[in-house]
Design a protein around this ligand. Structure first.
Ligand SMILES: *Cc1c(COP(=O)(O)O)cnc(C)c1O
Length: 385
């Protein structure tokens, strides 16, 4: 079994079977954890294909190939975290180059741009990438890349991947998409014209809030080689055991996401009717600005909901009172989690940008899990009462 050879498989099947899907040496249906730092050479100038685990490891390789398959790319690279993956991609650029970045995005990405890569002479501008004209206006002579998150975090704005890719191609600019929120199960940016797809595998791919991981997937061979060179030189690779945990997580990606989305649709509809709730941001809500575009470029809406409540006191009360839903950073796992973006995930973003995009003291972000939806709603009902 290999999803590269059989192009007709459904994504639900691909996630279960991965790339090789089993160990050809023993028939083990759970891909083995090759907990080895180095590999014995058969002789001088001979190799089994593996030399040292920073360069390549069989368990990591199975995961990397699985991710390349799922994203319909050619080269997959697994990293020790999503941030390690993002950092590796930024290492492709050189001093004097300019990158356009979504203004509403993961706080850690903003921080690595502003506090790390700016030091190396790379320029960044933050724009509302859900508006094509804003993206065009931000282009400069030295623009080398556009980095988008869609749906964006936490305001759930949807960027048109295919249209932005056309602009990028016409200017020979690279398009990078952080696909963490929808995963290849619902959205495959490479097919819409993106050059690089990034993931925090910590979220839906792992799915159990137990492992950090990151991915970069590309189609182009030269780009793949270049990224491999950076990966093996910098060494932020994913460990064999963690690779296995993510492989196991991916097997249930389909059923988890279907259930999480089903729950999210109901929770979003319920929140919209609640007196203490001001506004609900969920791309699966037909009233959401990006609803039609989401239907066009993705096969699902995911399970991330942001909402504002009537006052900061209500927001605090919700965080204090929830019991089934846990007050914790992160998202995408089987457990429902609620976060307070202003002080948690988005603390690194300056107040002026936060206010412009709407991350304020009344905004909460909910990652809907696989629990019984009645229990999630009852928990919110009690917390908002
Ligand atoms: C969590 C997250 C990251 C960072 O990933 P880590 O695995 O925490 O390093 C990047 N982008 C998005 C959209 C995320 O949610």
């Amino acid at each position: 079994m290999s999803c590269v050879k059989d192009k007709k498989l459904h994504i639900e099947t691909e996630v279960v079977h991965g790339f090789k899907g089993y160990d050809p040496h023993t028939g083990a249906v759970s891909f083995p954890i090759y907990q080895s730092a180095t590999f014995r050479h058969p002789g001088l100038n001979e190799t089994t294909g593996y030399d040292y685990s920073r360069l390549q490891n069989p368990t990591r390789e199975e995961l990397e190939n699985t991710m390349a398959c799922l994203e319909k790319g050619k080269h997959g690279l697994a990293f020790s975290s999503g941030m390690a993956a993002i950092s590796t991609v930024f290492t492709l650029f050189t001093p004097g180059q300019h990158i356009i970045v979504s203004d509403d995005l993961y706080g850690g990405t903003y921080r690595i741009c502003e506090e790390i890569y700016k030091r190396y002479g790379i320029e960044f501008s933050y724009v509302d990438t859900s508006k094509i004209r804003e993206v065009e206006k931000a282009l400069r002579e030295n623009t080398a890349a556009i980095f988008i998150e869609t749906p964006s975090n936490p305001m759930m704005k949807v960027a048109d991947i295919a249209s932005i890719s056309e602009i990028a191609k016409s200017k020979e600019v690279m398009l990078i998409v952080d696909n963490t929120f929808l995963t290849p199960y619902f959205q495959r940016p490479l097919g819409l014209g993106a050059d690089i797809v990034i993931h925090s595998g910590t979220k839906y791919l792992g799915g159990h809030n137990d492992t950090l991981a990151g991915f970069v997937i590309v189609k182009d061979d030269d780009l793949g080689e270049n990224l491999k060179l950076i990966q093996k030189s910098q060494g932020a690779v994913l460990a064999p055991f963690d690779s296995w945990l993510i492989l196991r997580g991916i097997k249930t990606l389909g059923i988890r996401l279907e259930k999480q989305q089903q729950n999210a649709i109901k929770v979003a509809a319920w929140l919209k009717e609640h007196q203490q709730v001001e506004k609900v941001y969920y791309v699966g809500d037909p009233d959401h600005e990006g609803y039609q575009l989401s239907k066009k470029q993705a096969s699902g809406f995911g399970a991330m909901i942001s909402f504002t409540v009537k006052s900061q006191e209500v927001a605090k009360q919700v965080l204090d009172r929830v019991q089934v839903i846990m007050f914790a950073e992160s998202l995408g796992g089987v457990e429902s989690l609620i976060t307070y973006p202003m002080v948690q995930t988005h603390a690194a973003i300056p107040q002026e940008i936060r206010e412009r995009i709407g991350v304020n003291d009344k905004l909460l972000r909910l990652s809907v899990g696989i629990e019984a939806v009645e229990d999630i709603i009852l928990d919110l009902e009690r917390a908002l009462r």
